[in-house]
Design a protein around this ligand. Structure first.
Ligand SMILES: Cc1cc2nc3c(=O)[nH]c(=O)nc-3n(C[C@H](O)[C@H](O)[C@H](O)COP(=O)(O)OP(=O)(O)OC[C@H]3O[C@@H](n4cnc5c(N)ncnc54)[C@H](O)[C@@H]3O)c2cc1C
Length: 497
């Protein structure tokens, strides 16, 4: 770890500097370190400690992504497996989904960040802690990053993972388009003199929830305010008034260890890249926490961007590869924004919305809608548009059981090193990686079972698949090598970079 008091005289330089060591920045740092990129994090906080609980868990696709890197067990060991995917407060069971993670994980954000930070530390990524990015200036060759203490950093690329108020996004002139909030909430962790009855109530603007924090006796409360208020430093008097307005008592609330305000402001960066500056996570999109998507979306942005940025930094791929980050992740973010807008509307407590919620609940109790929305909310249905072809193209590779020359195995451990894999299940001698052999692992294997995709169901077994480091399928073989060379060039750079 780099000492926060490091002399600000010389200008340290790195291939990539990441502003912000929240979940997105940490995941991106790990991805780049696995790809042997000289990367450093700059973080305003002096430690990973986080005020308040914030995000409450991971969805199934995030668990898969962590499994692809061999670290999912670290999270599973600390959290509680649970059906966390929900829409309009209807829980969507993943029990019959074709994944090894037929559930999400209940785990507070601070623990998620600690586990990620420990991994990043193992990977040897320097973190400039207690340093705040205040300015960004880029030229043709790189980016100068100004810090609040007068210091500076230089990088070939800068990624803003610095949250919803991203200084990096603003300095790069990236527009943050969307909607002003329709509701503000107070969120608190506190003690009370009388014990509230745990549960959820609906108000005209949204839900109120109160319950024991980590089993009690302290409480966690989320209270929608009667009108939209701004500023994330509300007072305890405002909390008392909000509790009183909803419950007719403030429960003698005291010893408030966390009190914050959040809204359903919904905005998305119109561009995820401005030349050598990129944005990811909350820096690229903010929305209501309904559905528990934000952290998951950020981690998956990082996994989409990391290997691409690594290849550009190493010179194996042209910088245009980075355009696919925007092309793939912006629509995924827009879809999450849309579901949170819908959920904000449907969580209101007037009789008409109550009736609408009953209709939605009825629909989601049917198998096909349940599967469709479970795929959406868990992230297991994500499909990047890589053109027409086999249904696997652009979708996540399932973690199939394999028979290989080294014995039985499964797909995801093949991705632990964040390198691409040509999984060759057809006749020997048909596929040859040629000049890409140093960049792409060629694994010959057999899979005896079915090929099942979430929501879609069974698909035809392919003769081979080219799997990107993020676990998405870049090419599907039909028993010939038709199109393989083009796919290798598109995704992993020209034969002679
Ligand atoms: C009440 C609440 C509940 C939520 N529940 C869920 C949930 O259940 N599931 C879910 O997926 N998401 C949830 N979220 C959203 C989730 O917390 C965020 O989406 C997530 O933290 C985004 O991660 P990030 O790394 O992109 O940004 P952040 O977590 O905001 O991290 C940004 C980092 O950058 C640092 N930073 C900021 N500016 C600078 C600067 N200028 N220089 C240096 N460092 C800087 C910050 O200190 C921070 O460490 C919830 C949010 C709230 C408020």
């Amino acid at each position: 770890m780099h000492d926060s008091s490091a002399a600000a005289g010389s200008t340290p330089s790195h291939a990539v500097v990441i502003a912000g060591a929240g979940p997105t920045g940490l995941m991106l740092a790990a991805e780049l370190a696995l790809a042997h990129v000289d990367v450093a994090l700059v973080e305003r906080r002096t430690s990973q400690a986080l005020a308040g609980s914030r995000a409450g868990g991971l969805h199934a696709r995030t668990l898969e992504v962590l499994d692809q890197r061999g670290v999912a067990d670290r999270f599973l060991a600390e959290g509680k497996r649970a059906q966390v995917a929900a829409f309009a407060m209807v829980t969507l069971d993943l029990g019959d989904f074709p994944t090894r993670h037929t559930h999400g994980l209940a785990l507070w954000q601070e623990r998620i960040e600690h586990i990620l930070a420990a991994w990043v530390d193992e990977l040897g990524v320097p973190i400039y802690r207690g340093r705040e990015v205040t300015g960004v200036a880029q030229d043709d060759a790189g980016v100068d990053v100004a810090l609040a203490d007068g210091g500076a950093l230089r990088a070939a690329y800068l990624v803003g993972c610095d949250g919803g108020r991203s200084v990096v996004r603003k300095a790069a002139g990236i527009e943050f388009a969307g909607w002003e909030p329709s509701v503000s909430y107070l969120i608190a962790e506190a003690s009370t003199t009388t014990t509230p009855t745990p549960g959820i109530r609906r108000g005209p603007r949204g839900v109120q929830a109160i319950g024991p924090l980590d089993g009690g006796p302290r409480i966690r409360a989320v209270i929608s305010e009667p009108e939209v208020r701004h500023g994330d430093e509300p007072t305890v008097d405002e909390l008392r008034a909000a509790l009183d307005a909803v419950y007719g008592t403030d429960f003698g609330v005291h010893d408030v260890t966390w009190l914050s305000r959040f809204t359903d402001m919904t905005r998305q960066a119109t561009s995820y890249r401005a030349a050598r500056v990129l944005v990811a996570g909350d820096a690229a999109h903010v929305h209501s926490p309904a559905g528990g998507q934000g952290l998951n979306l950020g981690v998956q942005d990082a996994v989409n961007l990391g290997w691409k940025l690594a290849q550009v930094v190493h010179g194996t791929s042209p910088a245009t590869l980075l355009d696919s980050y925007q092309a793939e992740r912006h629509p995924v973010g827009a879809r999450v924004l849309a579901t949170t807008l819908a959920q904000t509307a449907i969580n209101r407590g007037d009789p008409r919305t109550d009736a609408l919620r009953d209709v939605i609940g009825d629909l989601l109790s049917m198998d096909e809608p349940r599967r469709r929305y479970a795929g959406l909310m868990s992230g297991l249905d994500i499909h990047y548009d890589l053109g027409a072809g086999h249904p696997l193209l652009g979708r996540r590779m399932p973690d199939l059981d394999l028979d290989t020359a080294d014995g039985p195995g499964r797909v995801y451990p093949l991705l632990h090193r964040a390198r691409p894999v040509l999984l060759d299940l057809g006749a020997p001698g048909v596929l040859d990686l040629g000049p890409w052999a140093a960049r792409v692992a060629h694994v010959r294997a057999r899979h005896a079972g079915a090929w099942d995709l979430p929501v879609l169901g069974a698909v035809a077994a392919p003769a081979a698949v080219l799997i990107r480091p993020d676990g998405h399928v870049a090419w599907v073989g039909d028993g010939t090598d038709h199109g393989l060379r083009e796919a290798l060039t598109t995704w992993f750079g020209p034969a002679a970079p």
